[in-house]
Design a protein. Structure first.
Lengths: 116, 179
């Protein structure tokens, strides 16, 4: 029961709903990527990303690569110099701490009883 | 009829309630960790200084005690934020004003699911039909599946307000409904 209470308390640190991408980043010599939901939802409703733009609503379910982004897919649907600043601003996305696993951080876990 | 609910589940949910209440005890303070000390950003990352601080953006929005400590429903309702509904002009923006009551909540107040609040943020396809069949009572929802990240728990506990906020979902006292 103590364990449950501890797992329900927010993870000390990361802002609620921050998502880390680190499938390839660190292996390829750049910092992991931190995607802040709070920042984006002030500007866009969920449906823009999760319906119009087709992001699957499951952390880790989108196989995002840098080549795809530069070609205008995933983050690149907006980070194209039109809706938002372009992909040249490597440092603004690649701000993650080395060693972080991909997935949602700063939340109450929603991925199974083993986690709470 | 919904799938039957076992005593085991009910007892376990009661234990969970106590645990949840203990864990939300100190949730009054509205504080946001600085990015260079939040455990996910690298303090040495050169881009960090250009990013907006959560405290700067979130402290001016209507308060809440959990999640981002922002009441996002109010922020939208009051027009304090104006998030875009679409980026392509041809996209159809769907809204629906229909409340659904989930009655099988044992000792807890019943659950009201408001379509309107949800469709302000989400499209029908975000829930129908992969999370919920489009028929009242047709989904075997229960608190344990929600805690496992299914049904309501796909969003609540990840991005929308967390599952510790029992009363925001369990908002309908039994004797409020004439049955």
């Amino acid at each position: 029961m103590v364990g449950m209470a501890a797992a329900l308390a927010p993870e000390a640190g990361a802002e609620y709903a921050d998502v880390v991408f680190n499938r390839r980043a660190e292996r390829e010599g750049v910092r992991p990527v931190v995607f802040p939901h709070w920042f984006h939802r002030i500007r866009f409703r969920c449906k823009v990303c999760h319906h119009e733009l087709g992001f699957v609503m499951r952390a880790g379910a989108n196989d995002v690569t840098m080549a795809d982004i530069v070609e205008g897919k995933f983050c690149g649907m907006c980070h194209n110099g039109e809706i938002a600043w372009s992909t040249e601003n490597c440092d603004l996305c690649h701000t993650g701490k080395p060693g972080l696993p991909s997935g949602i951080h700063g939340g109450h876990t929603t991925v199974g009883p083993g986690r709470w | 009829m919904r799938a039957g609910r076992s005593r085991h589940r009910r007892a376990a949910a009661a234990v969970w309630l106590v645990a949840a209440m203990a864990s939300t005890g100190g949730a009054g303070a509205r504080e946001w960790r600085p990015l260079d000390d939040d455990g996910v950003h690298d303090p040495a990352a050169p881009g960090l200084q250009y990013l907006q601080k959560p405290s700067e953006a979130l402290s001016v929005l209507p308060p809440d005690t959990a999640g981002n400590r922002v009441n996002w429903v109010e922020a939208l309702r009051q027009g304090i934020i104006k998030p875009r509904t679409n980026v392509f002009p041809e996209t159809k923006v769907n809204l629906l004003d229909l409340d659904v009551i989930f009655p099988e909540t044992s000792e807890m107040p019943m659950v009201r699911f408001p379509h309107l609040v949800h469709t302000e943020w989400l499209d029908c396809a975000n829930c129908h039909d992969h999370l919920f069949k489009k028929k009242i009572g047709a989904n075997p929802v229960n608190m344990f599946k929600i805690l496992e990240g299914e049904y309501c728990g796909r969003c609540h506990g990840a991005v929308a307000f967390p599952l510790t906020e029992c009363k925001r979902c369990h908002s309908v006292p039994r004797n409020d409904l004439i049955r």
